[in-house]
Write a new protein. Sequence first.
Length: 174
Amino acid sequence: MAEEVSVLVAEEDVQERIRALGEQISKDYEGKTVHIIGVLKGACYFMCALARYISVPVTFDFMSVSSYGDDTKSSGIVRIVKDLDEPLTGKDVLIVEDIIDSGRTLSHLMELMKGRKPASLKLATLLDKPDRRVTEVNVDYTGFEIEDVFVVGFGLDYQQRYRNLPFIGIMNLS
Ligand code: IMP
Ligand code: MG
């Protein structure tokens, strides 16, 4: 099968939007430390890009989940593959995700994190496909809302490839 990627959001536009989100987050968390949790592997590009534009103190942790889905769809059964290194008690936690599709992964993860008693819990996603939502998720910061297309780049993969593209592209299979 031939794989072809066309640009959906150009590199400069991705950076510009992330800068604006970083500035907003810096305002919202004034006087606090933001504890950013990146959901591996997809969120790592967005997480690092976002952190550059946050002016309040930032700490990092990572989590890896597996959703027992196929390549393009999650099943809703979420398993923690790598748990956090640090407890969340009393921290101002910001979960960072690459994309919210059905919402199943994130709604499960948010519930789990809530149980760990953070002082506050918010969610930032680079991309959102609201038309695909099956489970409700409250998103605090969104980079771009997109249509129901399969995207790659800026952390997002197709069969583990294309994560390193500096822009967001649409994956065309023919
Ligand atoms: P959800 O549980 O359906 O919201 O699934 C979210 C996860 O599905 C993301 O973290 C991605 O790993 C994957 N995903 C959903 N849509 C896309 C896409 O367009 N490109 C790449 N990965 C995607
Ligand atoms: Mg993925």
